[in-house]
Design a binder for this molecule. Structure first.
Ligand SMILES: NC(=O)c1ccc[n+]([C@@H]2O[C@H](COP(=O)([O-])OP(=O)(O)OC[C@H]3O[C@@H](n4cnc5c(N)ncnc54)[C@H](O)[C@@H]3O)[C@@H](O)[C@H]2O)c1
Length: 345
């Protein structure tokens, strides 16, 4: 309620999400909220998401989707039975260059994928940040609020999703080694997973919160049989293609043309995606905005009783969220068994 009073224009505040959902559910479409954005700690995703779904309210939920695989399964079932738009906030899929990477890799331009190194490195939990009054650190290291993994759930899921989104490949089995470098923590602050992929290729999905100097260093390198693609979210305006015996190609958003000797045709939707001119940098907020723009199209279709397409090509869907939880669950299980191979569930 106090937050609502601070806004520069009038908004309706509620003492709790329960009261908000109950009140909004009574209103007709057009007068109620279009969708609920769930941006609370991980243990407060499932309950509001489920209540919104039962009230017919679309949901855009933060990652990791839930704290247990059982909860994630229940959300998948509810979304599919009730046919309600549901998105998961894997921000980095919203960069235009992530979409271009997906096109390049999935259309075979760098050949068959042999090896993927997908990573998310941070340094902000290298010391006991949770003892310094930093709310964001306090709940992330608490198993009750974060779930079974701190680093894996928080940022390993992003690295994992980036790999799946760009390559279209699934992890079939994995071997994990989770570490807790900072004394006294109950959960991991370093997360390393070696994966077998559905095409026979392999991947390293790694995340760290103790890598001092790294801020939000999410990136991906994909080695194919014909070439390599490299992309980093801290420089999200371009991606690099390495081809044997050729100068490197750096593709900048806004400066990409079909049939240039490497690229062939380019998807119409990708080229029609609203952007600002190249040289005016797009970044994190623009990536979020792109996901929301796509999701809002689906919410409008839902409100008008029309079909929509949540196949995961424009934003992560509820199944993607569930696979992220399965990945972290199995990584924790493998690590507890000394890095044993475990299948994906
Ligand atoms: N997609 C991304 O790029 C991205 C980035 C950061 C965080 N996240 C995710 O967003 C979520 C929130 O993370 P954060 O860093 O913003 O956390 P935060 O600690 O900054 O904010 C959490 C907010 O939730 C509120 N809250 C806690 N319990 C509540 C309850 N029961 N009812 C209502 N409100 C409650 C807190 O008051 C606080 O305002 C997490 O799931 C995190 O993984 C995602």
């Amino acid at each position: 309620m106090k937050e609502a009073e601070k806004w520069p224009y009038p908004i309706q505040g509620y003492p709790s999400y329960d009261e908000m959902i109950k009140d909004q559910a009574r209103k007709p479409i057009g007068e109620r909220i279009d969708y609920a954005l769930i941006v609370t700690p991980n243990n407060v995703h499932f309950d509001p998401a489920m209540k919104c779904l039962k009230a017919g309210i679309p949901v855009f939920c933060e990652k990791p989707l839930t704290v247990t695989l059982q909860q994630a399964d229940r959300l998948v079932k509810e979304v599919r039975e009730r046919k309600i738009p549901f998105g998961v906030a894997h921000t980095y899929l919203g960069h235009w260059t992530s979409r271009l990477s997906r096109h390049i890799v999935r259309s075979g331009l760098i050949g068959d994928v042999r090896w993927v190194d997908s990573y998310y490195l941070q340094g902000w939990l290298a010391g006991r940040t949770e003892d310094m009054g930093v709310m964001q650190a306090e709940w992330r290291v608490d198993p009750k609020r974060a779930g079974a993994s701190c680093c894996g759930g928080d940022i390993g899921t992003h690295a994992f999703m980036q790999m799946r989104y760009v390559t279209g490949l699934e992890v079939t089995k994995l071997q994990a080694n989770l570490a807790t470098f900072v004394e006294g923590r109950a959960l991991d602050d370093h997360f390393t997973v070696y994966c077998m992929l559905s095409n026979g290729g392999r991947a390293l999905i790694r995340a760290s919160q103790i890598s001092i100097g790294h801020k939000n260093d999410l990136g991906i390198e994909i080695n194919g049989t014909k070439g390599t693609l490299v992309w980093r979210q801290e420089e999200p305006e371009c991606l690099t293609i390495h081809l044997p015996g050729q100068p490197d190609r750096v593709y900048w958003r806004g400066e990409v043309k079909a049939n240039d000797g490497f690229l062939k045709s380019l998807p119409k939707e990708l080229m029609a995606e609203p952007t600002i001119p190249s040289g005016h940098p797009e970044a994190f907020h623009d990536a979020f905005a792109r996901l929301h723009r796509c999701f809002e199209e689906d919410v409008r279709a839902y409100n008008e009783g029309k079909p929509w397409n949540d196949d995961g090509s424009r934003y992560a869907n509820v199944e993607d969220g569930r696979i992220g939880i399965a990945f972290v669950t199995q990584a924790v299980a493998s690590s507890k068994r000394g890095g044993a191979w475990v299948p994906m569930k």
